[in-house]
Design a binder for this molecule. Structure first.
Ligand SMILES: Nc1ncnc2c1ncn2[C@@H]1O[C@H](COP(=O)(O)OP(=O)(O)O)[C@@H](O)[C@H]1O
Ligand SMILES: [Mg+2]
Length: 334
């Protein structure tokens, strides 16, 4: 059995229709005009214990809505969710004890009491044994460098410090699954790095399952083995990051270091569909389409006219791959 099993999950929101004209607006004062908007549209997925999954997609694609349903905050319109066989909405207490949630734009801590006091309240709420609480706190303070900040009220903390405190809060009760919705949004790079390391460590040491949404593909790449891409509420891709990179890389860059570079002296680069990105006295940077040209052909051509001192090939980064897949999906081509 998968730890998380989602079948034909749908969430529809009722939204006020834009009345358009003033006359219509007046009319709708008496007869509000609603439309049904499908934010999550027939999603199926299975996640095993210990997996770290990146849940990505453009703004408004339905990521947060999915996370809210998985964590039991929202009721699905249709479909089923099973966490270890339990339906989140019907077993909220049990599910809450097994899961942790962090929303980048929302805090679980009290604004004007020291963070430590908030933690004590969480300890009572989740019935965390004193020893577990102490051990966890000690480890988290060390990993997230929170020694000085837990005696301070949240309102006096920086964004990065607040997020660290919220992340630690989500792990105090030893959850088996943690949902992170934009955990690094707006943070400085130092805090981002600390938070990433912390999550990696929880995943490795405790086999905590993670579902992470993030706009920052460095988060996704450093934390997740698997990526699920959602667009307009539907899953477009669900695969290992390496496989996505392999299957969807369209363009690569090849950089040469040449002893004598004839292309810097006006020679035309004569392979069609290869774009010269940069050319200097000794360097030559090309971009090619992997479906049209292969690197051997380019290397043979270059070495026929020049001495290759060094060569390196770079694939497309995952962010630009995802961007292109979304573009194609919007045009109905995936
Ligand atoms: N409470 C709500 N009422 C109406 N529409 C909503 C509500 N919450 C989200 N939506 C809409 O549902 C879509 C998906 O939102 P969300 O799940 O927050 O996307 P994401 O997290 O991927 O940016 C968006 O178009 C958003 O405007
Ligand atoms: Mg969101």
């Amino acid at each position: 059995m998968m730890q998380i099993e989602v079948n034909h999950l749908v969430k529809e929101y009722k939204r006020k229709r834009d009345p358009g004209t003033l006359l219509k607006a007046l009319g709708s004062m008496f007869r509000p005009d609603y439309e049904i908007f499908r934010a999550v549209d027939d999603i199926n997925l299975g996640i095993e214990k210990g997996e770290a999954v990146g849940y990505v997609g453009p703004n408004g694609s339905g990521k947060s809505t999915t996370i809210k349903m998985l964590s039991g905050v929202l009721t699905p319109t249709a479909g089923t969710i099973k966490i270890d066989g339990l339906e989140p909405r019907k077993n909220r207490m049990k599910i809450n004890k097994r899961t942790g949630v962090v929303f980048g734009n929302r805090s679980v801590l009290w604004w004007d009491v020291p963070v430590m006091e908030s933690y004590r309240v969480l300890q009572k709420l989740y019935e965390i044994p004193e020893k577990t609480f102490r051990d966890n706190l000690e480890e988290f303070i060390d990993l997230l460098d929170m020694e000085r900040i837990i005696q301070v009220p949240e309102r006096q903390l920086s964004l990065g410090q607040k997020m660290k405190c919220n992340i630690a809060a989500a792990f105090l009760h030893n959850p088996e699954i943690v949902y992170l919705d934009e955990p690094t949004i707006g943070l400085d790079s130092e805090s981002k790095l600390k938070i990433r390391r912390f999550i990696q460590k929880m995943n490795e040491d405790r086999h905590t399952t993670f579902i992470v949404t993030s706009h920052d593909f460095q988060d996704i790449e450093s934390l997740c083995q698997r990526i699920i891409l959602i667009n307009h509420g539907k899953i477009v891709i669900d695969d290992k990051i390496g496989a996505v990179r392999k299957n969807f890389t369209k363009k690569k860059q090849i950089t040469f270091d040449l002893a004598d570079n004839p292309w810097s002296k006006g020679k035309e680069f004569a392979i069609p569909d290869v774009r010269v990105l940069d050319v200097g006295e000794t360097n030559l940077v090309l971009e090619y389409d992997v479906e049209k040209t292969d690197s051997m052909e380019i290397m043979n051509y270059v070495s026929a006219s020049s001495d290759i001192q060094d060569v390196s090939i770079n694939g497309q980064d995952i962010e630009s791959i995802i961007r292109e897949i979304v573009k194609k999906d919007n045009q109905g081509e995936v």
